[in-house]
Design a protein around this ligand. Structure first.
Ligand code: MF3
Ligand code: CO
Ligand code: CO
Length: 291
């Protein structure tokens, strides 16, 4: 691992701390750093204009998420929530990013993941019922910029293991956000999340990860929620998600062969997830997906 006193990776011959070390408040306008991150890691360090666009998109995603969560009640179908979110996108002149995304093309505008579904649940005509937990995941495109967030809703009375995964995944996300600032490593995020999940007796999904976001849906870097050794220093102007998926039982999942999207826990036990899009600022971070 490179330390502050080693020669800089940009081959300037200067020490890293005197050269491209990220904690300088100038990263946003540092073209050399931007080039380096693109070449070495395929990471897009955003410009001020891009950040302003991404912030607007994230605000919209968060406000749509808030409205759709308050609609999630016993007797409502996930298709009804999906259609409501489609209408909100139309009102805002935005596009739902999931619709038609990937291969096979994702068939709906949002993901709705119930109970043992880890992620990528597809809205359908089944009514939400007492005891369900559901994750609603919304990604919108506004003026070409992406905002991505998700949250959990409990329907009526839920079991203790469902409450545990909801609380643990939320706390994992917030603990990870707390440490975000220029100079920390991508791997620090997984350390914080997995160590907390372990303490709560939960497991961390490794199959799906957070991701750079903003100019595209899924950009570099991958942001694992488990222990890892991705020694990429986080710098000002990066925008990425953290979206820990936390299971009550085993961490492994499988993809439903009926649709090639929906991921379920191998043991059928509950899973929960919360997601924010984050911006790295000169001295810390900003949660972009706040309504
Ligand atoms: N919104 C999800 C994420 O957090 C991705 C969903 S992909 C889709 O990355 F195609 F299912 F929409
Ligand atoms: Co995401
Ligand atoms: Co998402």
């Amino acid at each position: 691992m490179i330390t502050r006193n080693d020669l800089c990776w940009c081959k300037s011959g200067k020490k890293w701390k005197k050269c491209c070390w990220p904690n300088t408040n100038k990263d946003l306008n540092n073209d050399k750093l931007r080039e380096r991150y693109k070449k070495q890691y395929q990471i897009l360090i955003k410009t001020q204009d891009q950040i302003d666009g991404i912030r607007k998109s994230c605000k919209l995603a968060a406000s749509m998420l808030k409205k759709s969560c308050s609609m999630a009640k016993e007797g409502v179908t996930t298709n009804e929530i999906n259609d409501f979110v489609v209408s909100l996108h139309k009102e805002a002149n935005a596009i739902p990013a999931p619709l038609g995304y990937g291969d096979p093309p994702f068939p709906k505008a949002i993901c709705t993941s119930l109970n043992d579904v880890i992620c990528h649940g597809i809205p359908d005509n089944i009514k939400l019922k007492n005891g369900d937990i559901v994750n609603i995941d919304i990604t919108c495109i506004l003026n070409g910029y992406y905002g991505d967030c998700s949250a959990m809703v409990a329907i009526g009375e839920i079991s203790p293991d469902k409450q545990l995964v909801i609380n643990t995944s939320y706390q994992c996300l917030m603990n990870a956000i707390d440490i975000l600032k220029p100079g920390i490593m991508i791997s620090d995020i997984g350390d914080i999340i997995e160590s907390y999940a372990e303490k709560q007796g939960c497991s961390v999904v490794t199959q799906f990860v957070g991701h750079g976001v903003g100019i595209q849906f899924h950009e570099a870097p991958q942001v694992p929620h488990h222990y890892n050794n991705i020694n990429i220093p986080i710098v000002e102007g990066m925008t990425f998600t953290i979206e820990p998926m936390i299971n009550a039982g085993v961490s492994e999942g499988y993809i439903d062969t009926k649709n090639n999207w929906t991921a379920r826990t191998l043991d059928g036990k509950p899973s929960a997830q919360w997601e924010h899009t984050l911006l790295i600022t000169p001295n810390g971070h900003e949660i972009l997906t706040t309504a």
